[in-house]
Structure formats: structure tokens, C-alpha cells
Design a protein around this ligand. Sequence first.
Ligand code: NAD
Length: 364
Amino acid sequence: MQLQQSSLFESMFGEGFEEIVFFSDPKTGLKSIVAIHDTTLGPALGGTRIWNYRSEFEALKDVMRLAKAMTLKAAGAGLNLGGGKAVIIGNPEEIKNEYLLRSYGRFIETLGGRFITGEDVGTTLEDIRAMAVETKYVTGVMYDPSPFTAYGVYAGMKACLRHVYGDDSLEGIHVAVQGLGKVGLELAKLLIEDGARLMVTDIDGRRVRECIEIGGKCVEYVEPSRIYSVECDIFSPCALGGVINDSTVKKLNCRIIAGAANNQLESEKHGEMLSRMEILYAPDFIINAGGLITVANEYMHGEINPDILKREIERVGERLEKIFRMSESMLDRSGMPMSTSKAAEMFALQRIERIAGMKRIYIP
Ligand code: NAD
């Protein structure tokens, strides 16, 4: 994202931002920025990140980048929500306390529901509950979204298998899972139940042992550095962003990439490289939207119905299939089929444009 220190409004125009708000409270030391990117589809939803940024400019750049990504994610997930994000500047270990979080909650309330927030890096469920004393515009206080994210990735993997092999059975399919955290381990359980063979890695040995205890002979451990090159049907990044980059892309030995991690591609160029290598990439913000769909449902209905929610999350698969068809039917600037990551962006933007067009109709 382009952000020039000298011309914030030019950057806001260029990137399509509606509103950026600064909250300051000297009494509690609160320094926060909320970026509301686009509310065509509904109120902006995005987590609150507490991070010790090196500068205020760095915090501003980050909150804008993350807010814009939320617009695409919500639109791509079929939600009637816009994109936004908030950051609180400081080391969470040092600055977090009841007063700061409640002060922040009061400021969120002043936005009157244009922005709804929840957990992110540096914030916990307890923190969101503290904010909720002062504002009703928070969500994700009742359910851990991780198992739902895992379920969406599982549904997305099946769509990828249908697209590549014409059959979505996971029986005997080799999946390399990178990261066995809250999402990765839940995903591994679903895959093991369906008869997949797993190659797994994590820098935390306890996580690996837990997975092997669950899957027995169906699970094999691989060194973290070797996970990219193992021969498999699906590589599933569930740990970090930026894992598809110049050095890893050459090592890949898979037909499909389908995982939960955010921002898996270091740059758009890597999406194009994958499509030239005939590796089907399930765009991260589409396949990992199960958690977002869950917190959005909690906000809208005050509770979730697991059966209805599961069906809604399964639609991740349908959306991916549409995106794969779009990518095959369109060419990029060099005359190659469009990358699935670019097609996913178009898919989300088209929904916003079409709904914006429809909203022109006057309702008396
Ligand atoms: P987590 O912190 O619970 O798990 C991450 C796991 O990755 C940990 O077990 C960690 O030890 C491991 N790990 C870290 N570096 C590694 C490396 N180099 N090699 C192998 N393993 C490594 O996080 P999570 O909630 O499971 O989320 C996983 C990813 O999915 C993150 O990128 C997150 O942003 C994304 N995501 C999560 C959700 C959700 O609902 N939790 C939703 C959308 C996206």
C-alpha cells in the first residue's frame, strides 16, 4: 500500500479510505488509530491490534493496510460488512490495563457503530470483555473462531481437490501442514478423520507430539525447513504470512496450496508464479474466512447456531470454485491466465461495486 508522509489525503483518496480517527487519552496513555476503509456493504469490522510500533507513521501505515484487507475479506466472505482495523500503540505487556481498555471502548462507542472490533495480535478475549463494558460495538467475546476457521479451510481444500482431481475425497491424500496451533491442529483432526496422510511441522515440539497422538501412523513429522519441499497433494500454511516467496516457491512439490495463514504470498508476483507452475492456490482471505463469518454472526444475532454457521462456512468452497473459474477465463497483462489471488480480489471488488450500484435505487 502506498502511503506518503506528506499527503495523507492523497493516499486516502488513492486507496479508497473513508475515515481515519485518532484517539488520545493522556490519563490512560491511550494512543490509538482506527481506519475505516469502506462501508459500502455495512459497518466496518476489524480487530484491534496492540503493537509496539517504531513510529506513529508505521502504525498508521499498518492500520491502513490491514483495514483495506478487511474490506476484501468481508466482501469475499459474502458478509454485509465493510473493512476497518484499529491499532493501539505500545507494548501490550506494559500498557494494557482496565482503564486503557475501557477508555478505548468509550472512544469506539463514539463512532456509533460505524466500526465494530474484536481480538487481534496483542489483544485477548479478556481485553475485549473490558472494552465491552463501555461499548456494544465489539464481537468475538463468546466463541473462539479458530475451529470455524479450520472448518472453512477444510471445506476449501475439498473444493480444491474437486477442481484438480475431479473428486473431493481426502482418503489417501497427502497434506503437508505447517503450524499446529489453534487452527492447524483442528484442521489436522478433520483431515485425519477423513483418511488423509499428514506431514506436519511446528517449531513447538509439544504441538507435534499432540498431533501424532491423535493421528498415529497417519502423521509424520517433518523438520520446519523441509515442509516446503515434501512431495504432497496439498501444502497447508497455518503458521506465518509471507511463506510463499522467492526462496520457497522453487522448492514446492505440491498441486494445491490451501491453508489458514494470512498474507501467504509475499507479493502478487508469487501468485502469478504459482499459476505458471500449475499449482492451484486457494487465496488466503477467501479460504480462512470461517472465523470472520463466526464473529460476524455473533455480532448480528447475539449468538451462533452451529448447524447454520457450518453451512454458511461450507460456502467457502463454492466461492473458491467461482474464483478458480474466473481465473481460468481471464488473462493477465502478459496473456497468461489470471492468478487466483488476483481473481479473488476482483471477485470481492465486484460484489462491492454491484451492491453499491443497487443502493442507488431510492427507497421512499
Ligand atoms: P497460533 O499462534 O495458535 O498457531 C501458529 C502455530 O505456528 C504455532 O503452533 C507456532 O508454534 C507455529 N509456528 C510458528 N512459526 C513456525 C514456523 N516457522 N514453522 C512451523 N511452525 C511455526 O495461530 P492460529 O490462530 O492457529 O493461526 C494460524 C495462522 O492463521 C495465522 O497466520 C493467523 O493469522 C491465521 N488466521 C487465524 C484465524 C483464527 O481463527 N485463529 C483466522 C484467520 C487467519
